[in-house]
Every structure is written in structure tokens, then in C-alpha cells.
Design a protein around this ligand. Structure first.
Ligand SMILES: Nc1nc2c(ncn2[C@@H]2O[C@H](COP(=O)(O)OP(=O)(O)OP(=O)(O)O)[C@@H](O)[C@H]2O)c(=O)[nH]1
Length: 168
């Protein structure tokens, strides 16, 4: 499941992974929730990922909260050019701890890493925050595709290991 403030690039991130394309231009905010499937190979095993793209806007929160419980893995995104999206990560993690399964696999992603002039969050800041919460971290770009597949494969692998450990 993809989480994070509105406009951080969750839908673009998913489209880049699924179709290898970038939606530039007009920003169409997600309404409620949407999902797409993609089959990937993790350690030689074919795995169907069902990826849920959530609306970042506050007014859809009650809809999206209902889906947290069934998620095995969460990609939590902020935008490296938007300070409030980074500052809100703590609040997102609080919501995750409230609504998601206790053993859910989480990864923090600093998206829009292709933008160099507009950067306001340093890579080290992302790393420090991720370390504080004990979650893996990467910078990504839904525009260039940088680390998009890597992030999905890493979290799929993490979720697979977790579910095996839990005997599911
Ligand atoms: N330069 C750059 N722009 C991006 C990137 N990812 C997304 N964008 C732009 O950011 C805007 C928002 O992207 P979306 O993917 O729609 O954002 P979202 O997080 O799904 O937003 P909500 O659906 O409202 O939660 C769009 O105008 C995208 O073109 C990126 O990696 N780099």
C-alpha cells in the first residue's frame, strides 16, 4: 500500500513501476483508493503484488484507514522538495501504528530525487528519520524511474520473509 501526503507522487510511482511511464503535467489527485496488480519474481518465485494507491488528501483518510489492516507492506513517501510532506511522516507513522498490523513491513521513500534545484530535504535527513523508526530508506524518482523497481522488490521480499516467519 502506498501512503504519504497528497502530491508526493504515489500514483506516478505506481504507474512508473507498472507501465514504465511517467505522468507529467496535470496533477489528478486520487479519490479514495485504487489498486493495480503486477507479477514480479522474488528469489526465483513469481509473486503477484496487489498494490493499493491511496489518496493523500485528509478528507479521504476515513476511507483509507479501513485498508491498513490488510496490508502486508507499506511504502511511505514524502517529496524531497516539500518540507511539510517530510514533517508529516511522523504523523503517518502514528496512523500506521494505530491502524495497520503490528508486523507490517514499512519502507520510507524520499521521492522526486530528480529535482535538484528545488530540494529542501537532504538525503541524510531521510536516513536519520528512517533510522529513528528502524525502517529502510531510499530516495526515488517516479519521473526517471530511479529506485522504483528496487523499492518494490525490496518491500516484496521483506513482506515475503515476514509472512513466512509468521507462518502465513
Ligand atoms: N519531478 C518529479 N515530479 C513528480 C515525481 N512524482 C510525481 N511527480 C509530480 O507530482 C505531482 C503529483 O503526483 P501524484 O503521483 O499524482 O501524487 P499523489 O501522491 O498520488 O497525490 P494524491 O493522489 O493526491 O495522494 C504530479 O504533477 C507529478 O507529475 C517525481 O519523481 N519527480
Amino acid at each position: 500500500m502506498l501512503l504519504g501526503d497528497s502530491g508526493v507522487g504515489k500514483t506516478c510511482f505506481l504507474i512508473q513501476f507498472k507501465d514504465g511511464a511517467f505522468l507529467s503535467g496535470t496533477f489528478i489527485a486520487t479519490v479514495g483508493i485504487d489498486f493495480r496488480n503486477k507479477v514480479v519474481t522474488v528469489d526465483g518465485v513469481r509473486v503477484k503484488l496487489q498494490i493499493w494507491d491511496t489518496a493523500g488528501q485528509e478528507r479521504f483518510r476515513s476511507v483509507t484507514h479501513a485498508y491498513y489492516r490488510d496490508a502486508q507492506a507499506l511504502l511511505l513517501l514524502y517529496d524531497i522538495t516539500n518540507k511539510s510532506s517530510f514533517d508529516n511522516i511522523r504523523a503517518w507513522l502514528t496512523e500506521i501504528h494505530e491502524y495497520a498490523q503490528r508486523d507490517v513491513v514499512i519502507m520510507l521513500l524520499g521521492n522526486k530525487a530528480d529535482v535538484s534545484s528545488g530540494r529542501v530535504i537532504r538525503s541524510e535527513d531521510g536516513e536519520t528519520l528512517a533510522r529513528e523508526y528502524g525502517v529502510p530508506f531510499m530516495e526515488t524518482s517516479a519521473k526517471t524511474g530511479m529506485n522504483v523497481e528496487l523499492a518494490f522488490l525490496a518491500i516484496a521480499k521483506g513482506a515475503e520473509t515476514q509472512s513466512r516467519a509468521a507462518g502465513r
